[in-house]
Design a protein around this ligand. Structure first.
Ligand SMILES: [Zn+2]
Ligand SMILES: [Zn+2]
Length: 186
Protein backbone atom coordinates (compact mmCIF):
# COMPACT_ATOMS: atom_id res chain seq x y z
CA UNK A 1 0.00 0.00 0.00
CA UNK A 2 1.32 3.42 -0.85
CA UNK A 3 0.23 7.01 -1.10
CA UNK A 4 -1.39 8.95 1.65
CA UNK A 5 -2.33 7.51 5.02
CA UNK A 6 -5.78 8.22 6.35
CA UNK A 7 -5.95 11.55 8.08
CA UNK A 8 -8.17 12.60 10.96
CA UNK A 9 -11.43 14.38 10.21
CA UNK A 10 -10.05 17.75 11.13
CA UNK A 11 -6.57 18.64 9.97
CA UNK A 12 -4.82 21.74 11.18
CA UNK A 13 -3.03 23.54 8.38
CA UNK A 14 -1.69 26.77 9.74
CA UNK A 15 -4.74 28.65 10.85
CA UNK A 16 -7.04 26.74 8.51
CA UNK A 17 -9.15 23.88 9.76
CA UNK A 18 -10.81 21.57 7.33
CA UNK A 19 -14.48 21.14 7.95
CA UNK A 20 -15.79 17.87 9.27
CA UNK A 21 -18.00 16.17 6.75
CA UNK A 22 -20.60 13.55 7.38
CA UNK A 23 -21.12 10.61 5.06
CA UNK A 24 -24.29 8.79 4.03
CA UNK A 25 -23.70 6.39 6.90
CA UNK A 26 -23.49 9.27 9.38
CA UNK A 27 -19.74 8.92 9.96
CA UNK A 28 -17.34 11.80 9.89
CA UNK A 29 -14.76 11.33 7.18
CA UNK A 30 -11.42 12.71 6.19
CA UNK A 31 -10.52 14.43 2.95
CA UNK A 32 -8.37 11.50 1.89
CA UNK A 33 -9.87 8.09 1.44
CA UNK A 34 -8.24 4.79 0.56
CA UNK A 35 -9.40 1.97 -1.62
CA UNK A 36 -8.28 -0.91 -3.73
CA UNK A 37 -9.09 -4.05 -5.67
CA UNK A 38 -10.46 -7.33 -4.40
CA UNK A 39 -7.08 -9.09 -4.17
CA UNK A 40 -5.36 -6.12 -2.54
CA UNK A 41 -2.60 -5.77 -5.17
CA UNK A 42 -3.84 -2.37 -6.31
CA UNK A 43 -4.32 0.24 -3.61
CA UNK A 44 -4.93 3.95 -3.91
CA UNK A 45 -5.47 7.06 -1.87
CA UNK A 46 -7.73 9.77 -3.25
CA UNK A 47 -8.32 13.36 -2.26
CA UNK A 48 -12.06 13.66 -1.86
CA UNK A 49 -13.57 17.08 -2.45
CA UNK A 50 -17.19 15.93 -2.37
CA UNK A 51 -19.15 12.95 -1.13
CA UNK A 52 -21.53 13.29 -4.08
CA UNK A 53 -21.48 10.21 -6.26
CA UNK A 54 -23.38 9.07 -9.32
CA UNK A 55 -24.67 5.88 -10.85
CA UNK A 56 -24.08 4.97 -14.49
CA UNK A 57 -26.55 2.64 -16.19
CA UNK A 58 -24.94 2.71 -19.63
CA UNK A 59 -24.39 -0.57 -21.46
CA UNK A 60 -20.63 -0.07 -21.56
CA UNK A 61 -20.45 0.18 -17.77
CA UNK A 62 -22.80 -2.76 -17.40
CA UNK A 63 -20.51 -4.90 -19.54
CA UNK A 64 -17.34 -3.63 -17.92
CA UNK A 65 -18.48 -4.32 -14.38
CA UNK A 66 -20.98 -7.15 -14.78
CA UNK A 67 -23.44 -5.08 -12.79
CA UNK A 68 -26.82 -3.70 -13.75
CA UNK A 69 -25.28 -0.32 -12.93
CA UNK A 70 -22.12 1.02 -11.38
CA UNK A 71 -21.56 3.73 -8.78
CA UNK A 72 -18.78 6.25 -9.37
CA UNK A 73 -17.28 9.23 -7.58
CA UNK A 74 -15.93 11.88 -9.92
CA UNK A 75 -12.52 13.35 -9.11
CA UNK A 76 -9.81 15.44 -10.73
CA UNK A 77 -7.34 13.23 -12.61
CA UNK A 78 -4.63 14.14 -10.14
CA UNK A 79 -6.70 13.09 -7.11
CA UNK A 80 -5.89 9.37 -6.93
CA UNK A 81 -2.39 8.32 -5.94
CA UNK A 82 -1.83 4.71 -6.92
CA UNK A 83 0.29 2.60 -4.61
CA UNK A 84 0.68 0.13 -7.45
CA UNK A 85 -0.24 1.43 -10.90
CA UNK A 86 -3.28 -0.45 -12.21
CA UNK A 87 -3.50 -1.88 -15.69
CA UNK A 88 -5.44 0.36 -18.08
CA UNK A 89 -7.99 -1.19 -20.44
CA UNK A 90 -8.62 1.03 -23.46
CA UNK A 91 -12.19 0.07 -24.22
CA UNK A 92 -13.02 2.97 -26.53
CA UNK A 93 -11.25 5.69 -28.52
CA UNK A 94 -12.12 8.24 -25.84
CA UNK A 95 -11.71 6.46 -22.51
CA UNK A 96 -9.96 3.72 -20.60
CA UNK A 97 -10.50 1.94 -17.31
CA UNK A 98 -8.10 1.14 -14.49
CA UNK A 99 -8.40 -2.54 -13.61
CA UNK A 100 -6.46 -5.09 -11.61
CA UNK A 101 -5.17 -7.66 -14.08
CA UNK A 102 -4.80 -10.20 -11.28
CA UNK A 103 -8.35 -10.19 -9.91
CA UNK A 104 -10.28 -8.25 -12.58
CA UNK A 105 -11.69 -5.58 -10.30
CA UNK A 106 -12.94 -2.52 -12.22
CA UNK A 107 -11.49 0.47 -10.38
CA UNK A 108 -12.83 3.38 -12.39
CA UNK A 109 -12.95 5.21 -15.68
CA UNK A 110 -10.87 7.98 -17.19
CA UNK A 111 -11.26 9.89 -20.42
CA UNK A 112 -8.14 10.02 -22.56
CA UNK A 113 -8.60 13.76 -22.88
CA UNK A 114 -10.22 15.30 -19.86
CA UNK A 115 -9.63 16.78 -16.44
CA UNK A 116 -11.67 14.40 -14.31
CA UNK A 117 -11.86 10.67 -13.73
CA UNK A 118 -14.21 8.30 -11.92
CA UNK A 119 -13.40 5.78 -9.22
CA UNK A 120 -15.83 2.97 -8.45
CA UNK A 121 -17.52 3.66 -5.13
CA UNK A 122 -17.49 0.01 -4.12
CA UNK A 123 -13.69 -0.15 -4.17
CA UNK A 124 -13.30 2.47 -1.46
CA UNK A 125 -12.62 1.03 1.97
CA UNK A 126 -15.40 3.25 3.33
CA UNK A 127 -17.82 3.15 0.41
CA UNK A 128 -20.79 3.85 2.68
CA UNK A 129 -19.72 7.48 3.04
CA UNK A 130 -20.72 8.43 -0.48
CA UNK A 131 -24.15 9.75 -1.40
CA UNK A 132 -25.80 9.13 -4.77
CA UNK A 133 -26.87 12.46 -6.23
CA UNK A 134 -27.26 11.87 -9.97
CA UNK A 135 -27.38 9.17 -12.62
CA UNK A 136 -26.27 8.69 -16.18
CA UNK A 137 -27.05 6.33 -19.02
CA UNK A 138 -30.69 6.14 -18.01
CA UNK A 139 -31.64 5.10 -21.55
CA UNK A 140 -30.38 1.60 -20.68
CA UNK A 141 -31.40 1.64 -17.04
CA UNK A 142 -33.08 -1.55 -15.81
CA UNK A 143 -35.87 0.01 -13.81
CA UNK A 144 -36.74 -3.25 -12.04
CA UNK A 145 -33.35 -3.10 -10.25
CA UNK A 146 -33.38 0.50 -9.13
CA UNK A 147 -35.24 0.01 -5.83
CA UNK A 148 -34.76 -3.32 -4.06
CA UNK A 149 -35.69 -2.16 -0.56
CA UNK A 150 -39.04 -3.97 -0.58
CA UNK A 151 -37.59 -7.33 -1.63
CA UNK A 152 -37.02 -10.01 0.97
CA UNK A 153 -33.38 -10.14 2.02
CA UNK A 154 -30.89 -11.91 4.22
CA UNK A 155 -27.53 -10.86 5.65
CA UNK A 156 -24.48 -12.82 4.48
CA UNK A 157 -23.74 -13.89 8.03
CA UNK A 158 -27.32 -15.11 8.47
CA UNK A 159 -27.15 -17.33 5.36
CA UNK A 160 -26.35 -20.81 6.60
CA UNK A 161 -24.66 -22.32 3.53
CA UNK A 162 -21.93 -19.69 3.00
CA UNK A 163 -21.42 -19.31 6.75
CA UNK A 164 -20.72 -23.04 6.91
CA UNK A 165 -18.35 -22.91 3.91
CA UNK A 166 -16.38 -20.05 5.35
CA UNK A 167 -16.25 -21.69 8.75
CA UNK A 168 -14.62 -24.75 7.13
CA UNK A 169 -11.75 -22.59 5.89
CA UNK A 170 -11.34 -21.04 9.28
CA UNK A 171 -12.94 -17.60 8.97
CA UNK A 172 -16.24 -15.89 9.23
CA UNK A 173 -18.08 -14.47 6.22
CA UNK A 174 -15.56 -12.20 4.40
CA UNK A 175 -16.97 -8.75 5.00
CA UNK A 176 -17.08 -9.45 8.72
CA UNK A 177 -13.85 -11.46 8.83
CA UNK A 178 -12.09 -8.63 7.01
CA UNK A 179 -13.05 -6.20 9.72
CA UNK A 180 -11.72 -8.66 12.27
CA UNK A 181 -8.40 -8.81 10.40
CA UNK A 182 -8.81 -12.45 9.37
CA UNK A 183 -8.72 -11.80 5.61
CA UNK A 184 -6.58 -9.39 3.62
CA UNK A 185 -8.95 -8.29 0.93
CA UNK A 186 -12.69 -7.57 0.65
ZN1 LIG B 1 -6.54 -7.24 -7.63
ZN1 LIG C 1 -21.30 4.25 -18.14
Amino acid sequence: MGGYPDRPSVVARGSTYRRIRRGADGANISDIMNGGCQCGRIRYSAIIATLDAHICHCRICQRATGGVSIAFVNLPNASPTWGTEPEWYRFSPIAHRPVCAACGTPLGLEFVVGENCDLTVGCFDNAAHFVPTSQFGIGSRYDAWTDTMELSGVRCDDHAAPVERWAKVGTGVPEYAWRAGLLQAF
